[in-house]
Design a protein around this ligand. Sequence first.
Ligand code: ADP
Ligand code: MG
Length: 393
Amino acid sequence: MNEAIRCFEKHFGTAPACTTRAPGRVELLGNHTDYNQGLVMALAVDKYITMAAAPRDDDQVELVSTAFDAPARFTVGHIERDPEATWANYTKGLLLQLQQRGVRTGGFNAAIHSTVPLGGGLSSSAALLVASALTVRKLHPYTLAADGTATPAQGHAPPLTDPERLALAKACQAAENQFVGVNCGLLDHISSLFGKAHQVVRIDCLHLTVDWAPLPADLAVVVCHSGVRHALVGGEYNERRSMCEAAAAKLGVAALRFVNPPGLEAARARLSPREYECAVHIVGENDRVQRGARALAVNDLATFGGFLFDSHASSRDSFKNSCPELDILVELARVEPACLGARLTGGGFGGATLNLVQADQAETFRASVGRAYESRTGHPLESWVCDVVDGAA
Ligand code: ADP
Ligand code: MG
């Protein structure tokens, strides 16, 4: 909290009226399944975007971030993209979504600070959107019904309910799709809002339901950042999504969720080689999430970890959303006896790996992989042992 408050005080010369924070997330298993109406397991982790904010008397918004030099300024009634400050597009897009739902959004000042790495695959973008939504909810209290309709709240906004969390996640996703231009699914926003301490968030993106299962206590979640920053805006992410949608259309289904591995093999001839490869990844991931859930339920961690390695191999060989640095990290993790499983996490094309490691060996693992990564690539490795935490509130 303190960095955002300090930044606010330094920039605006007064104390903020409120602070809000939203966690980043680690995708445990189920890669690119969300926009294919599939299944995914995620963890909210103790890396946060924090916003310190105060209302203004006019209709201006001024944003400042410890990650960027120049502030962004705009009018709430006249929101446009600014190529000089694309980072403000997240808050701007979210404000537009809230306005469309009937939220009154007055002017405000806000300072942003993040411990979620930018473009690191832990979804700083979703954390920023969720923090923005909750900042507005504190400054101009509102509640969203399950259908997204807003009602002004008297006094303080009430605590979030699960239906409102889902409505907020959809508003955040719409902002990222429509204003930022990334055709992402709901995984990131749902994880940041529905996370629970020590629990795996299990999301069904067809029925839009969420439940939780305990993460075994003797496991540590270690995140290793390749240092390669992905740029999700436009580009490869949207291209993969189009490929999946084209494959589903040729298979005569609404989404790849409705295809299982034998069904895909039987219909392989209907797809181009590239569509087939993309479909193999998605269909395989959905299958691994289901089998992984059964393995976790009986504490069969060796089997569960094997699915993580399989998931990475599928990203590398079929979906082609890995990169050499991520492959090296997974290779290095695999030879560590304390590591049960490792894979790239999030969109891919750079970013981070998730490693499930025996908790009492987590620091030894970090040190060992760090040394090996540096000697292989010449770059120091940034890595963290993450706590699994509650979502934004
Ligand atoms: P990821 O979500 O995996 O971190 P994205 O490319 O989806 O990667 O989102 C990263 C973008 O989110 C950044 O380029 C920036 O525009 C915005 N962002 C993230 N953190 C901050 C921050 N602390 N301040 C301002 N903008 C941020
Ligand atoms: Mg993102």
